[in-house]
Design a protein. Structure first.
Ligand SMILES: C[S@@+](CC[C@H](N)C(=O)[O-])C[C@H]1O[C@@H](n2cnc3c(N)ncnc32)[C@H](O)[C@@H]1O
Ligand code: SF4
Ligand code: SF4
Length: 460
């Protein structure tokens, strides 16, 4: 069993509610899955931490958390991810939170943690509560690398290793929780990839994730430490070696943020004669045109200072929160409020337009480019795209919705505009012609707008 962003816990009926709410352009009765970032405080200080620009010293106090969990559970919450702006296990009442979630039958779908505070008590609750997945962000390959990356005393590295072994032992033969050990590579440890794999393997996890340190907003990371394209020459022979070693084990989950690195990975896989083992399946009924994000009907992320955000990938300072759980007595006031509705309007438009609506900040007040353009955000489909029945039903619903709401004839201005825009986006020649038209016929467009009220000025 592995984390599914909560999808494995959602009933057929609830999935239909989501589809119906998309079509009707209304809220569902509440999130089915939530990311609860219990605290913004952390017990280490990773140089690369992508949360540092949002970091406060706040935690959601236990009484607010229990009220919130109660309200969300009554609205049908089935699972949570515990991750964070800080480390979720560093919340002083984390054991009580876990107990409260269990008392409301809310499954812990995922815990993402540095593992420093994964004590015996936490391990017991994770195993007994059948938590689906624990990701240990070990990141470093040895104590010295740990001290460099996490900016703490090197001895903490051994403590984390002991905590990983302890959880593996506490789990015994159970499949819960699935355990992932994550490493992050940068220029200082890129020559240690084989050691990372061996260390990971010695800990007996279900998966070993090897990722790259990524840039974060505001250029906080010294760019000379982040991988450069040419570092793949150093990485390639090591990756070949670990792919060989992993042929039987099938533990590796490896993917890079750079196309050239992924090409190198594919070449190396072909040489070794292996395929990615830990990819998520794709259902026959899944179509790219229906692969828009539906989080606004499904999920929410609540951070340590109470801010509500669309998801864990939009936890950055360029994204305005959708509200704060401390501002209104009920979470439902946010879920049914104007900010969430605006996000739903924007996501619905993307779904309606087959993910072909071009992104501009003027058109999208809440969504970012990765939410609108296809293939830029893995999270919007990765966990769901294997669901044959859901995507078949969504396809039927969206097809009907498009027939009604995208029309050249018998349509109002909005429907006509959508029809023209979609046609242009789906036909490269028409798009080129349209670009030429836009470039060269401004007076004609102004005429159309002023005399006939047909506004084509932002149709592409
Ligand atoms: C922000 S952390 C929060 C949870 C917890 N404190 C932890 O570190 O696991 C979530 C995940 O993002 C990863 N992460 C943070 N900054 C990153 C960066 N700049 N590049 C790549 N991964 C990063 C962490 O290693 C961790 O796996
Ligand atoms: S452990 Fe997680 S939250 Fe803490 S500094 Fe590192 S990446 Fe950030
Ligand atoms: S598309 Fe991706 S980044 Fe945007 S809201 Fe959905 S999951 Fe988050």
């Amino acid at each position: 069993m592995r984390g599914s962003h909560g999808w494995a816990e959602v009933s057929r009926e609830r999935k239909r509610d989501i589809i119906e709410a998309i079509v009707a352009n209304k809220p569902t009765r509440g999130p089915v899955h939530a990311e609860l970032d219990l605290t913004d405080r952390c017990n280490v200080a990773c140089y690369f931490c992508n949360q540092q620009d949002l970091r406060t010293k706040d935690s959601i106090p236990l009484p607010r958390l229990t009220d919130l969990i109660d309200e969300l559970a009554e609205g049908g919450l089935k699972s949570v991810r515990l991750s964070g702006g800080g480390d979720p296990l560093f919340h002083r009442d984390v054991l009580n939170v876990m107990d409260h979630l269990a008392s409301r039958n809310v499954i812990i779908d995922n815990v993402t943690t540095n593992g420093v505070a994964l004590t015996n008590d936490v391990a017991t609750r994770l195993v007994n509560g059948k938590a689906r997945e624990v990701i240990f962000s070990l990141n470093a390959v040895d104590a010295a690398d740990y001290a460099r990356m996490m900016q703490v005393k090197p001895a903490l590295f051994d403590k984390v290793l002991a905590n990983i072994r302890n959880l593996v032992a506490a789990r015994g033969d159970s499949i819960y929780p699935s355990i992932v050990v994550q490493f992050l590579i940068d220029r200082k440890n890129v020559n240690r990839i084989v050691d990372m794999y061996e260390l990971g393997r010695s800990l007996h996890p279900d998966r070993i994730a090897i990722n790259a340190v990524l840039e974060i907003p505001f250029e906080r990371i010294d760019r000379s430490v982040i991988l450069h394209l040419e570092d793949n020459l150093v990485a390639e022979p090591q990756i070949e070696e670990i792919l060989r070693r992993d042929k039987e084990e099938r533990l590796l989950q490896i993917d890079f943020p750079y196309p050239q690195w992924n090409e190198m990975l594919q070449r190396t896989r072909d040489r070794v004669g292996t395929v990615p083992h830990n990819n998520f399946p794709v259902a026959k009924s899944f179509k790219g045109e229906n692969g828009g994000c539906f989080f606004a009907w499904y999920s929410a992320a609540i951070t340590g200072n109470g801010d509500i955000r669309p998801c864990c990938l939009l936890l950055n300072p360029t994204v305005k929160p959708l509200g704060n759980v401390n501002d209104k007595p009920k979470f439902a006031d946010h879920w049914n409020g104007p900010e969430f509705q605006l996000m739903r309007d924007e996501m619905r438009e993307v779904l309606l337009m087959k993910s072909r609506k071009p992104y501009t900040p003027q058109r999208f007040k809440i969504l970012k480019e990765q939410c609108v353009a296809p293939h830029m955000c893995y999270l919007k489909t990765m966990y769901f795209q294997g669901d044959e029945e859901f995507y078949a039903e969504l396809d039927t619903a969206l097809t009907k919705m498009r027939e009604k709401e995208i029309r050249y004839v018998f349509g109002n201005n909005t429907k006509r505009k959508r029809a023209i825009e979609l046609y242009v986006q789906e036909h490269p020649r028409a798009k080129r012609a349209w670009d030429w038209f836009r470039e060269n016929t401004r007076p004609a467009r102004v005429f159309l707008k002023q005399r006939l009220g047909v506004d084509l000025t932002d149709a592409v």
